[in-house]
Design a protein around this ligand. Structure first.
Ligand SMILES: Cc1ncc(COP(=O)(O)O)c(C=O)c1O
Length: 436
C-alpha cells in the first residue's frame, strides 16, 4: 500500500506530502508490500465501520524502542486514560511496570488486565470517596492533589493499613506545549511554595509517604524542553525532600511525550530524550539515593499504533467547494476536533485507501453530525473519493473512542479491534489472530 496522504492545500500552511504523514503512513505500510489497503478493506468489511484498529506489533515495537533508551530501573507506567480498550490494556500490562489510573473503573480495568494493585498510581483532582476506597482496596499509590484530599484519604486508614501516597506538586515551571498542566495557578497538585507546609501536615496523618509527582504538560515534541522539565522536577524533589515525612522513594517525572499530527511537526527525538534521562538517573542516584524515577505515558505508547477506518457516505459540492461526508465523526474521535488540545482541528493525517491512481482534488472532509466542528480536514488535497470508499485516519490510537461524546445524536458506537498487524516486512498477515 502507498495510500496518498492528505496534503495541505497551497495557501493552507504547507504543501506536498509532509514528512510527518509519510512517516505515519510508513509505519502502517504493510506486509506483504502493496497489500495494506486490501487488508484494511478486509478488516472494515469483516467488522464494519467506523472501526478503530489498534496494532499489537506496533505497540510492542514502541515499548521496546522506548525501553532501549530508558535508564535501567526507571518505572514505565501506562496512562490508561489514553486508551483503556481491554485488549490494548492487556497488551501493555505485560510490558510496563504499572499504570497511571484516574478512576475506580480504570483501577478495575488495570487489575483485570493483570496489573498488580501496588503498581497502580491514582492521579487526578477531585477524587471521590469511591475512588479513594478502590485505591485503598487495591493498595494502589494515591497521588494527592491537595491537603484536603490527604485528610479525606486518611479516613481510610484502618487497623495497620496506611494508604500509600505521593504528593503531586504544581511546579513553578511548565512544559512549553498547548496542554500545559503545571506552572501558574492550577487545579492540579499543590503549589511548590506551599508544599513544605503540606508535607508537614502529612506527618500528622496515617499515610505512607513515598515521593513526589509532577506532570507539567502533554504532547511535547521537543526533547530539550522535556529534558529541562525533567531536570527541574528532580531539582524540586531534592529541594522538598528534607520536608518530607519519610525518605523519598519515588520521583514521578510525569511524561508529556508527544506524537506528531501536523505537517510541520517531527517525531520526538527519542535518543536525545534517553540520553538526558540516563544522566538524570545518575544524578538522582547521587542526590536522592533510594528514589526510583518513573514516567507515565499515554499517547506516546499507543497513539501511533491506532487508526480509525470510516467510509465515505456522500460526496457533494456546495458553491464550488467539494465535501466528503464520512460515516465516522467527532462523536467517535473528539480528539480530531482539536478540543482536547484547545485548538480547532488537529488535522490528523488521513488517506483514501486504494485510490492512488485517481486524480487529486481539493476536498473538505466532514463527519455526519449536525455540528460544524465535526470536520476532519478542510481544503486538503486527496484522491477523488466516492461513496463507499474507505478512509483511514492515522495517529488515532490515543484519546479516541473513550475520549469522545459517543452518545451524541444516538449514532452507533465505533468498533474497536486489536490486530496482530502490521507484522514485520516479510511476514504474512495473520488474519485469525485479531481480537476484540
Ligand atoms: C497526570 C497525567 N498523567 C499522564 C497523562 C498522559 O498524557 P499523554 O497521553 O499525553 O502521555 C496525563 C494526560 O492528561 C495526565 O494528566
Amino acid at each position: 500500500m502507498s495510500p496518498r496522504a492528505a496534503e495541505v492545500a497551497p495557501g493552507q500552511g504547507g504543501g506536498g506530502v509532509s514528512r510527518v504523514l509519510e512517516s505515519a503512513l510508513g509505519r502502517w505500510r504493510l506486509a506483504p508490500a502493496g497489500d495494506g489497503a486490501a487488508h484494511l478493506e478486509r478488516l472494515a468489511t469483516r467488522h464494519g465501520t467506523p472501526l478503530y484498529v489498534y496494532s499489537g506489533p506496533l505497540i510492542d515495537r514502541r515499548v521496546a524502542r522506548l525501553r532501549a533508551e530508558l535508564p535501567p530501573g526507571l518505572a514505565l507506567l501506562y496512562a490508561v486514560k489514553a486508551n483503556p480498550q481491554p485488549a490494548v490494556l492487556g497488551r501493555l500490562a505485560r510490558q510496563v511496570d504499572g499504570c497511571d489510573v484516574s478512576s475506580a473503573a480504570e483501577i478495575a480495568a488495570a487489575l483485570g488486565a493483570g496489573v498488580a494493585g501496588r503498581d497502580l498510581s491514582l492521579a487526578g483532582p477531585g477524587k471521590s470517596e469511591a475512588e479513594l476506597a478502590a485505591a485503598g482496596a487495591a493498595d494502589a499509590l494515591v497521588v494527592l492533589e491537595s491537603e484536603g484530599e490527604a485528610r479525606r484519604l486518611a479516613a481510610f486508614a484502618t487497623g495497620g493499613y496506611r494508604p500509600r501516597v505521593a504528593l503531586r506538586i504544581n511546579p513553578p515551571f511548565s512544559l512549553a506545549v498547548e496542554a500545559r498542566m503545571g506552572g501558574g495557578p492550577r487545579k492540579f497538585g499543590v503549589d511548590s511554595e506551599s508544599a513544605p507546609a503540606v508535607l508537614s501536615a502529612l506527618r500528622t496523618l496515617p499515610l505512607a509517604f513515598e515521593g513526589f509527582h509532577v506532570y507539567a504538560g502533554s504532547r511535547c515534541l521537543d526533547a530539550v524542553a522535556l529534558a529541562e522539565a525533567q531536570r527541574a522536577t528532580l531539582r524540586l524533589a531534592c529541594a522538598l525532600a528534607p520536608h518530607a515525612p519519610a525518605p523519598v522513594r519515588l520521583v514521578n517525572l510525569g511524561g508529556g511525550f508527544g506524537i506528531p499530527h501536523f505537517a510541520d511537526e517531527s517525531p520526538l527525538a527519542l535518543a536525545a530524550v534517553g540520553d538526558a534521562l540516563r544522566s538524570l538517573a545518575a544524578e538522582a542516584a547521587r542526590r536522592l539515593p533510594g528514589a526510583r524515577l518513573a514516567l507515565e505515558l499515554g499517547r506516546y505508547l499507543v497513539g501511533e499504533a491506532g487508526l480509525y477506518l470510516t467510509r465515505v457516505i456522500d460526496r457533494k459540492v456546495s458553491r464550488g467547494k467539494t465535501f466528503l461526508i464520512l460515516n465516522g465523526g467527532a462523536h467517535h474521535h473528539w480528539h480530531a476536533t482539536g478540543a482536547l488540545e484547545g485548538r480547532r482541528h488537529l488535522h490528523f493525517p488521513l488517506a483514501v485507501l486504494g485510490a492512488d491512481d485517481r486524480p487529486v482534488e481539493c476536498t473538505t472532509v466532514c463527519g455526519p453530525l449536525c455540528a460544524p466542528h465535526d470536520t476532519w480536514a478542510e481544503d486538503v488535497l486527496l484522491p477523488r473519493a466516492a461513496p463507499g470508499d474507505l478512509v483511514a485516519v492515522f495517529q488515532s490510537g490515543a484519546y479516541g473512542a473513550s475520549a469522545s461524546p459517543q452518545s451524541f445524536l444516538g449514532k452507533p458506537p465505533p468498533g474497536e479491534r486489536l490486530v496482530e498487524w502490521p507484522d514485520d516486512a516479510h511476514n504474512p498477515i495473520p488474519e485469525e489472530n485479531d481480537n476484540a
